[in-house]
Design a protein around this ligand. Structure first.
Ligand SMILES: [Zn+2]
Length: 557
């Protein structure tokens, strides 16, 4: 009886609603999503396959196909009619939460492509011009042209400060070559943002990624406060070691002494190399064993993957979910060293957080990671084990002097993360300020930030567009901060897992052989897919919104 009465009430309410309001948002949303899937899903799969093939073969025809498929997809998302429908749905959201979330995600996906076509064409042309300038640029020192890797090699090994300075200054000259184009590009990007109703391009890009510029900057302020002291302590150690290497006083250290042209990576200052241990490790076997042991087997991924070097193939590494139906693959170029152990743990970390472990009940539109920062976070959470002797030994690998390995590896990891976090501060703040006012003195802004966050000295009297020598500002704009937020996510999830499952302190944790790790990760991190926005997922998994505390307690205070 009760059920019947309830049903009648529902019908009554529905009847009234239908009479008063002819637009049924739930039904409209359902129809839109079905149509979207029918039109876009096959193309998304083709685009993923084309991308995979191009990276494996390196052939012109495969790259052409990749570009064509991507353009086709972009054109469909740029159509104004479906976007108008989405706008209407956004204003009058479906009541069903899952439908509403899909509308939100699709709205942002289509919105990104709604920029005026002529402006988009000009922006692409400018961005290509800058990239081209990067590709053809060679640093020229004492009449000799140097490739990018030669520059890096010299900055890594040469002991002559005067020569280092020449090489460093020469490699920064690309900034002057692209300065005018980059400024013009920033102004055009701002125009595009204004067309879509945003204050500037940086604010728009963050919004499209479900982030708020003010909140991200506040998070980076918190990170700054928590890591400043530990960073300064780590840098003092590095400075002392470098000064000794170059046979100069610490206060004579200049940007060209830090090996990486931007000091985004730690200089090598340790006697011990982790590669000695890894030269004897079967990396694939270790990955297979590790992931199976934590209840997240990856044999199916490896079977579809392309893992070793060959001619024409991309030299990097990535993981891709081809169809959101479980076809997940990794591209790698494995050689037995620590870098590739970490990289394979990283890429396979992406692979377990994919449609392989997100239930089919999650609708197609939402069947992927919550955000780029959450999948980077998971990958980095697993990657760190390559720097633990305890982990290696639990995998059956004999480590010669485990205390020495651990002491070195721990410092390497600490230096790497602290240095990277300070560098990300510079990138985020520079990009936010660049788009807020592209006409300001950008040369000065860049060095003000480098001094403040990285603690490197500005060469006396230097007035050059050094920011322009970082290609990401052109080709991956307003993106860099996500790597750092991924690190915060990795630490925060690791702490929650230690608290709730492993019951050990975070710096003692070893996941090896514990299937409860995979079970918890599946339930708390993977299963929601994109049904939750990234910060909602962070709260669901860890009980708190994303913050810098766990990271700082791992690598800082
Ligand atoms: Zn990654």
């Amino acid at each position: 009886m009760r059920r019947l009465a309830t049903l009648c009430c529902v019908l009554l309410v529905l009847g009234i609603a239908m009479a008063a309001q002819p637009f049924d948002a739930d039904a409209e949303a359902k129809a839109f999503i079905a149509d979207h899937e029918a039109r876009i899903r096959p193309l998304e799969k083709l685009a993923s396959i084309a991308w995979w093939n191009a990276n494996i073969s390196g052939k012109d025809e495969d790259f052409k196909k990749k570009e064509e498929t991507q353009n086709k997809l972009d054109t469909m998302l740029a159509e104004s009619e479906p976007f108008a429908k989405l706008k209407k749905l956004k204003a009058d959201m479906p009541k069903d939460k899952l439908l509403a979330r899909q509308v939100e995600v699709l709205y942002l996906q289509y919105m990104e492509k709604q920029v005026d076509k002529e402006l988009l064409r000009q922006m692409t042309a400018k961005a290509n011009a800058v990239e081209q300038a990067f590709n053809v640029f060679r640093a020229k020192v004492r009449g000799k042209e140097l490739s990018d890797s030669q520059v890096r090699e010299i900055l890594k090994r040469d002991r002559d400060s005067g020569y280092r300075r020449e090489v460093w200054e020469a490699c920064k000259l690309v900034g002057a070559n692209v300065e005018a184009d980059l400024k013009a590009l920033a102004i055009m990007r701002n125009q595009a943002a204004k067309q879509l109703g945003f204050g500037d391009y940086h604010k728009m890009m963050l919004h499209l990624n479900e982030q708020d510029q003010g909140k991200v900057l506040a998070l980076f302020d918190e990170l700054d406060a928590l890591t400043r002291g530990p960073y300064e302590a780590a840098k003092a150690e590095i400075d002392a070691a470098l000064a000794k290497q170059y046979n100069i006083a610490v206060d004579q250290l200049m940007p060209w002494h830090y090996q990486d042209p931007f000091f985004q990576e730690p200089p090598s200052i340790f006697e011990v190399s982790l590669d000695d241990t890894y030269s004897k490790v079967d990396i694939l076997k270790a990955c297979r064993q590790f992931y199976a042991g934590i209840g997240l087997p990856i044999d199916d991924v490896l079977a579809r993957s392309d893992l070793y070097e060959k001619a024409g193939k991309s030299p990097h590494a990535f993981c891709t979910d081809i169809d959101r139906d479980g076809d997940v693959r990794v591209l790698g170029n494995i050689v037995p060293n620590e870098y590739w152990m970490a990289t394979m743990l990283h890429e396979l970390g992406h692979s377990v957080y994919s449609s392989k472990n997100i239930p089919q009940t999650v609708p197609y539109v939402l069947r992927g990671e919550a955000h780029i920062l959450t999948t980077e976070g998971v990958a980095m959470q697993f990657e760190k084990f390559s720097k633990s002797a305890k982990w290696l030994e639990s995998m059956g690998v004999k480590v010669e002097k485990p205390e020495v390995f651990d002491a070195t590896a721990r410092k390497m990891l600490r230096n790497q993360l602290l240095i990277f976090s300070r560098w990300c501060q510079v990138m985020l703040r520079f990009e936010a300020a660049l788009y807020a006012n592209p006409e300001q003195d950008l040369n000065k802004l860049w060095w003000d930030l480098v001094e403040k966050y990285q603690g490197m000295k500005r060469p006396a009297g230097r007035n050059a567009p050094d920011y322009g020598s970082k290609i990401h500002i052109c080709s991956a704009p307003a993106y860099y901060h996500n790597y750092m937020m991924g690190q915060l996510f990795a630490s925060q999830v690791h702490h929650a897992l230690c608290r709730e499952v492993l019951k050990v302190s975070p710096n003692e944790a070893n996941y090896t052989g514990n299937p409860n790790v995979g079970k918890w990760m599946k339930e708390k991190v993977f299963a929601p897919g994109r049904t939750l926005p990234w910060n909602g997922l962070t709260k669901f998994a860890t009980g708190e919104e994303l913050n810098a505390k766990a990271f700082a307690s791992d690598f800082g205070k």
